[in-house]
Write a protein that binds this ligand. Structure first.
Ligand code: FAD
Ligand code: DHB
Length: 389
């Protein structure tokens, strides 16, 4: 089998890259370890930056998002009962779209099926070969047989635990990491959202986030110790704890119900440099992880795809490899901007085990400045709605 670009991983990064390249006449094959139902069952991000919205529209997958997604012009940061509204529109003229990653992935699969691209599911033991030469290839096993795909380039879109990043020799890779001493317990519930806009809550008992998917589907998160397990949290215990951390007026009107999904995710900041080695380009979580507090993970995967797809289209269309040469530097500049913002939001809003009275006052002072200074709100809004590509 032969193609131009072999894409490892059929998450949002891999599927969007395949979609954009195919529309420009560049051939791809996507290799995904899991089956489609598994990929679509993963509940993850919910907030799309406007650059992401425009990328999805340009890729021909924006119709359902524009019909069913919700445009948000602001959100709340709270400290105890105090609510600070960030007005994105007033601060920086921008907005975000609330539309779940699951739906983005579903739309991408539908569009890829319509174009007739090759997505190979249940591909086991994927391995990359000859990445530092001129004729790379990928092998995998499926149904007891070994398969081989020859290609010009490989896009490693296989997430944090994928095989692409470790293919880069360890003496070439430089990794930067910060692990946070807590996780997020997230639930999905078929209840109306707590408020019309998202609420990021700083509270003595720990961080909480009230988000949503649609008028009858809410998504909530609370900070929990890394030692907690999902089984430790009954629905009743979750709702009690969430209500304690939200401002009293929001908690009083919160509608609770059975949860339909419950999971715990650890929080981490991670970057692997460079994002290119030979004919391999890393995209999305394969190269970097952000703590979810800034809603940046999915959006960064999309901005990587923006740079890589433009570079590959330029190469195949005009024979110009300049974009491929600068891909790692271009993508990393934006990655580090989002890393900084996600770290800042995480530090501002969570309770840390060793936090001193001084550290707590620093959080309060920063929140007070956000409440009083249009300049501080503008900076937050610019970062939250998305730094320029
Ligand atoms: P992924 O979505 O991880 O996709 C990678 C794909 O590669 C997967 O389908 C995987 O099965 C496949 N794969 C892996 N290994 C191989 C292999 N060896 N061979 C072939 N295929 C392989 N971000 C937010 O902004 N907000 C959130 O609330 C949020 N919650 C999250 C919760 C969890 C549990 C996780 C893990 C992430 C969360 N994120 C969140 C981050 C966001 O979902 C990711 O940034 C986004 O999914 C990145 O997309 P991706 O395509 O790069 O990687
Ligand atoms: C959601 C997740 C986030 O990490 C975030 O910052 C905002 C919203 C969500 O799942 O809705």
């Amino acid at each position: 089998m032969k193609t131009q670009v072999a894409i490892i991983g059929g998450g949002p990064a891999g599927l969007l890259l395949s979609q954009v390249l195919n529309r420009a006449g560049v051939a791809t094959v996507v290799l995904e370890r899991k089956d489609r139902a598994y990929v679509l069952a993963r509940i993850r991000a919910g907030v799309l930056e406007w650059g992401t919205v425009e990328m999805l529209r340009a890729a021909g997958v924006g119709d359902r998002m524009d019909r069913e997604g919700q445009v948000h012009e602001g959100c709340y940061l709270t400290s105890g009962d105090r609510m600070i509204r960030l007005d994105f529109h007033e601060s920086c003229g921008k907005q975000v779209m609330v539309y779940g990653q699951t739906e983005v992935t579903r739309d991408l699969y539908a569009a890829q099926d319509a174009v007739g691209t090759t997505i190979i599911h249940d591909a086991a033991d994927v391995a990359l070969h000859g990445v530092d030469g001129d004729t790379p290839h990928v092998t995998w096993t499926k149904d007891g047989h070994e398969h081989r795909l020859d290609c010009d380039y490989i896009a490693g879109c296989d997430g944090f635990h994928g095989v692409s990043r470790p293919t880069i020799p360890s003496d070439i890779r430089r990794e930067f990491e910060k692990v946070y001493p807590f996780g997020w317990l997230g639930v999905l519930s078929e209840t109306p959202p707590a408020a019309h806009e998202l609420i990021y809550a700083n509270h003595e008992r720990g961080f909480a986030l009230a988000s949503m998917r649609n008028p009858m589907l809410s998504r909530y998160y609370i900070q929990v110790p890394l030692t907690d397990r999902v089984e430790d949290w009954s629905d009743a215990a979750f709702w009690d704890e969430l209500k304690r951390r939200l401002p009293a007026e929001v908690a009083a009107s919160l509608i609770t119900g059975p949860t339909i999904e419950k999971s715990i995710a650890p929080l981490r900041s991670f970057v692997s440099e460079p994002m290119r080695w030979g004919r391999l380009f890393l995209c999305g979580d394969a190269a970097h992880i952000v703590p979810p507090t800034g809603a940046k993970g999915l959006n960064l995967a999309v901005s990587d795809v923006h740079y890589l797809s433009a570079a590959l289209i330029r190469f195949y269309g005009q024979g110009d490899a300049a974009g491929l040469e600068s891909y790692s530097a271009d993508a990393l500049a934006r990655v580090w901007g989002a890393m900084r913002f996600s770290w800042q939001m995480t530090t501002l809003l969570h309770r840390f085990p060793e936090q001193s009275g001084f550290d707590r006052r620093m959080q309060e002072a920063e929140l007070a400045q956000i409440a009083s200074s249009p300049a501080a709100r503008r900076l937050l809004a610019e970062n939250y709605t998305g730094l320029p590509y």
